[in-house]
Design a binder for this molecule. Structure first.
Ligand SMILES: *Cc1c(COP(=O)(O)O)cnc(C)c1O
Length: 652
């Protein structure tokens, strides 16, 4: 042990071991783990080649051993090399996500277990659309669904009827789309059962009642219907299936379904004003229309539960059905966390009053932060235990939101964001597997009785329910292996988000000194205290009252921190991102408070360039922002850089 480590006796043993584990997690900002990565890639590439050779070793090589001597072969290889070199050269203009100087968007270095699993799997090229094309990785994908279910507190015991189910998607956008599809299927199916007049399964009295069933009651009804079907004779079963299918929204289409049920209105989706634009895309895709996406007012960029309740009150009064209430766990722009506990409470309150709907959590960003809340045995950690590791995280409201995840109906999470995995890995998880069969292209009703396939056999038919068709099995392998190497609890995977929350708290603590350093030149404020690991900074040149000028100032700062293909990357000291605060979303009171802190005149907001306030946004997910090895804080360096830039920009 070197002298430096011995000297750090304030560091407890766990922190030390956590850091040393972190040393092995990534290729590293300097490519420090190049030897490890190379060894693994070569080892498993060779392994793949032996697999090919050992398939039918009696088959002679189809490519002759002298092939490489032919001019056509050599010409091909030359062309390939030339193009690969030019690709590799062009890629040097890529965004340096790996560097602790990159604090812009939601990307960072890639976890080695995931990267290697992905590379290892690629030459096998499994297609997770079906078990036939991916006998191994489809199974891994279903297991990833269970790993994530456990992370969120859903049931992951596959012997239970109401066990959770999850699958991967290309990203959070498709996972959100899947949430909408499933919610709509579950909402409309009871209406089809009523219209088909299925006997003996305890149907609601009217289509209106059926359309407004609580989500859990809808799932139970689907289950009873399947159980009833298997008791029928094959002929009878076919008859009832066709009869119900003919009434389904998926069969008739939205226009015809609602024309047939004139008393029903097209349902609305309630989402916070900060919701990601994938929700708007999803509403368009499903044909529900953006007008049916109702934005709920915010309080400090978190959904206001009173505003939600007021809207639900109005829906109940106007007979306006609600499809989903969406809460965001870590907003894309500010990392703020919606009060998920209040949203599920509202669902339960209104459900018994005849206004049933599901609750979906868009945790594309913040999902992996749930590892900080989970013990290794799967139980929820006490708030005090987590708070003991941080300055202000988790605030009580944030803790309550994470603790309520277990009560939600479905969740989106992106392994390719805070899971530090390659792109093409989002995930959708729903609490109760029993509704999922409604998404299938070909209904499978053999869920009950002795012939019922087990959990894995049933869900391996992924292609039936996923929104995509063909898709990468390598992505599933990457996520699965990573979760095995780093189980999703605070002692293992949690080490990563713990670093990033610490970095964020360091950032917040550092702002005061920064404010003093730049006081003669500019005012600075953190518009909302971060709930997670995104921090925004609002800035205004000293003496300026005008929003348009403040925006030009912040834009100039941001221009120095973004990729510019005309200049080498090395010209940049730091990479950051910017976003805007719109008066309509922030709320007047909050905006006036912020303007006062920045000494801006709120009356200078206008309909043109100054209809919003431009602010800097920092995603602090790089695990090496606080470099203990070299005693470097990239956060401190960033503030020094920013102060110097402000001096330049103000001088212009
Ligand atoms: C990133 C993000 C999405 C979209 O996810 P993609 O993986 O980019 O498709 C949706 N919602 C939130 C909150 C996000 O942060």
């Amino acid at each position: 042990m070197n002298a430096r480590l011995q000297g750090t006796d304030t560091l407890d043993a766990r922190q030390e071991s956590e850091r040393r584990t972190l040393d092995a997690c990534f290729l590293g900002p300097y490519g420090e783990n190049d030897g490890l990565l190379e060894k693994l890639v070569v080892e498993f590439l060779r392994d793949h080649v032996y697999w090919r050779r050992n398939f039918h070793p009696e088959d002679p090589p189809a490519i002759p051993t002298r092939a490489a001597a032919h001019p056509a072969y050599q010409a091909f290889e030359a062309r390939m090399r030339r193009e690969l070199h030019s690709l590799s050269a062009a890629l040097k203009q890529s965004v340096p996500f790996h560097s602790p100087r990159y604090i812009g968007h939601m990307a960072s270095d890639l976890l080695l277990p995931g990267l290697v699993a992905q590379i290892l799997t690629l030459p096998y090229n499994p297609n997770n659309v079906s078990e036939d094309a991916a006998p191994v990785t489809v199974d891994l994908e279903v297991r990833v669904g269970l790993q994530l279910a456990r992370l969120f507190g859903y049931c992951d015991d596959t012997s239970c009827n109401d066990c959770a189910f999850g699958h991967l998607t290309s990203g959070g956008t498709l996972a959100n789309y899947q949430a909408l599809r499933l919610a709509l299927a579950l909402k409309a199916f009871p209406v089809a059962l009523v219209a088909a007049a299925v006997p003996d399964i305890g149907l609601p009295a009217t289509a209106r009642e059926a359309f407004n069933l609580p989500r859990a009651a809808g799932v139970e009804l689907v289950d009873r219907w399947h159980a009833w079907l298997v008791t029928r004779t094959p002929g009878d079963r076919m008859h009832w299936r066709e009869r119900v299918d003919a009434e389904r929204l998926e069969q008739r289409g939205i226009a015809d379904f609602f024309a047939r049920h004139g008393e029903l209105r097209v349902p609305v989706v309630l989402a916070p004003a900060t919701a990601h634009y994938s929700w708007s895309k999803g509403m368009k895709l499903l044909g529900l229309g953006r007008e049916q996406l109702w934005k709920i007012d915010e309080r400090d960029m978190r959904m206001d539960p009173d505003a939600l309740d007021a809207v639900l009150e109005r829906c109940a009064r106007d007979d306006q059905p609600v499809l989903l209430a969406v809460g965001v766990l870590g907003t894309t722009e500010y990392g703020t966390v919606d009060p998920i506990d209040h949203i599920v409470d509202a669902r339960d309150r209104w459900g018994v009053r005849g206004l049933g709907f599901g609750v979906h959590v868009d945790a594309a960003w913040g999902g992996y932060l749930a590892t900080l809340f989970r013990n290794a045995d799967g139980t929820l950690r006490e708030r005090a235990d987590i708070a003991g590791e941080h300055a202000r995280f988790p605030q009580p409201a944030v803790y309550d939101a994470f603790a309520a995840l277990a009560r939600t109906d479905s969740i989106t999470v992106d392994p390719h964001k805070l899971g530090y995995l390659p792109y093409g890995a989002g995930a959708f998880v729903c609490r109760d597997q029993r509704g999922v069969s409604l998404l299938a292209e070909q209904a499978d009703y053999v869920f009950h009785g002795d012939a019922a396939p087990d959990y894995f056999a049933r869900h391996r038919r992924l292609g039936q329910v996923i929104p995509e068709g063909s898709k990468s099995g390598a992505a599933a392998a990457a996520v699965y292996v990573t979760h095995r190497v780093m189980p999703l609890d605070h002692l293992h995977f949690g080490a990563l988000p713990r670093q990033t929350i610490r970095a964020t708290e360091h950032f917040v603590a550092r702002v005061e000194a920064f404010a003093q350093a730049i006081a003669p030149m500019a005012q600075v404020a953190i518009p909302f205290m971060p709930d997670s690991n995104l921090v925004a900074l609002a800035l205004n040149p000293a003496g300026n009252l005008d929003v348009a000028r403040a925006n030009r100032f912040v834009q100039a700062l941001h221009d120095g921190m973004r990729c510019d293909p005309r200049h080498p990357l090395q010209m940049r000291q730091f990479f950051g991102s910017a976003t805007t605060l719109r008066p309509g979303i922030v709320g007047d009171a909050a905006l006036i408070r912020l303007c006062a802190r920045l000494q801006l005149d709120p009356s200078t907001f206008d309909d043109g360039d100054a209809d919003r306030l431009v602010i800097l946004r920092h995603t602090l997910m790089n695990p090496y922002l606080l470099d203990h090895e070299n005693d470097i804080s990239y956060i401190d360096r960033y503030f020094e850089y920013l102060a110097a830039r402000i001096r330049e920009v103000v001088g212009i």
